[in-house]
Design a protein around this ligand. Sequence first.
Ligand SMILES: Nc1ncnc2c1ncn2[C@@H]1O[C@H](COP(=O)(O)OP(=O)(O)OP(=O)(O)O)[C@@H](O)[C@H]1O
Length: 509
Amino acid sequence: MLEESLIADLVTDLPAAVRLQRLVSTLRNHFGCGAVGLLKIEHDILKPVALHGLVREALGRRFVISQHPRLAAILASRNPVRFEPDCGLPDPYDGLLAEQPGQALPVHDCMGIALYIEGRCWGVLTLDALEAGSFSQAAVFELQRYSLLVEAAVRTTELEQANRALRLNHQADEQQFEPAAKLRYELIGQSKVLQQILQELTVVANSDLPVLLLGETGVGKELFARHLHRSSARASKPMIYLNCAALPESLAESELFGHNKGAFSGAHSDRAGRFEAADGGTLFLDEVGELPLLVQAKLLRVLQNGEIQRLGSDKTRLVNVRLVAATNRDLKQQVKSGEFRADLYHRLSVYPLPIPPLRERRDDIPLLAGHFLELNRSRLGLRALRLAPAAELALLTYDWPGNVRELEHVISRAAIKALSHGAARSDIVTLGAELLDIDSVTVAEHHTALNNPVQHNAAITLKQAINQLQRQMIQQALTQHEGSWSQAARQLELDPSNLHKLAQRLGLK
Ligand SMILES: Nc1ncnc2c1ncn2[C@@H]1O[C@H](COP(=O)(O)OP(=O)(O)OP(=O)(O)O)[C@@H](O)[C@H]1O
């Protein structure tokens, strides 16, 4: 019975994610529908927190309420809202139900209810079905009745999470960020590695130590830096960004420390530098490895005495700035080769934090893909945008040398290509693997690996090379057999259950 199992979960100690996941799967079983979603409201967006029956990438999507009339209608009512099968409004999950993943099927029956906690709207619960007439009037009444238990489960989770944040001494004030900025800077991903980094970041945020973010290009170092600032006690003060690679030596001093009128030709008025602008807050030095040696010396002086002097002024000013720096270069190596000052390196790298490349946290790929699909759907004014199963597989198996930035570009490019190849904005637009244009790279690399093993092994370890080859062979077999695991297993001469286990270990499932 639904009521009993919801109550049993309420009185059991469960991790937040498990509690909400059990909630949506219990509801889906009870209502016998295609999908159930629990979405939390954050300013002007709805963010999925638990989904059942939808493709995995849907969890990474952020739905701007004004762009999804069904969600807006559910939020506008205190009662359950059901959309008739012939309702013309697009459904946010069109093409995303997992029941028939190969097909871009629209939702034909849908209902939802706004959830309230302590008098404030928390979010929505949605139920969707591919078949028209799946929800009777009795089901609508039931939804209203059970929504109280759903609200209780959500409230329990929120309290547990608040307690946990308190324990971590989390002081970020979520209210002070503009909605658009929040969406832009939100870190998407649920992989273990990402969650661990976020936890570490939250703790180090409050220590006020200088942090050095290390990682390949496009892994999200700037986003992590913003998260660090938002989680620190300096969150209400500015975070000032400085790209050290775009800082010509001649302008560096004035950019960093400011200048007085007449300090040099072209200095028509007094101007504060980045250090002053960041006073009380955080200064983010991106691509710090590119900083010219001369500027490194000047920067070091400020870090040693906390004082700055504007160009053309004899007055010194005290500043209180927390430094966060990022680089995709090997700074230790740069110190050895004399390109980077050792004393500055030690000042900046008090707390080094490596951000792993995307290929080492493949679990995040579907969620990130979902996030970028929804952004592109909105930007291009499409009714629905989704990935074909072969395309999702291609994303999962590719090695992503350009990391998250490359994934973002691959999806944006494919969405535009789909339109230029004749897809209509009112359709459910499906991105096939051929539109992503990454398969060919994978196959080419595979070819190089096989034909040039010595050179290849020099760049990666033997284990990584074997994993890569296994991933590619599984992907190719699945593509050849249109996603059929049993036929792929036969081709690879593997037992189907062993293939599933292997695919899971390789992050393909
Ligand atoms: N976890 C994430 N969630 C959402 N978007 C992300 C995530 N990580 C990266 N991005 C996006 O990927 C792009 C690249 O991220 P970012 O600029 O932070 O990388 P970076 O490591 O600083 O790169 P570089 O070293 O080249 O400066 C940005 O558009 C960013 O918004």
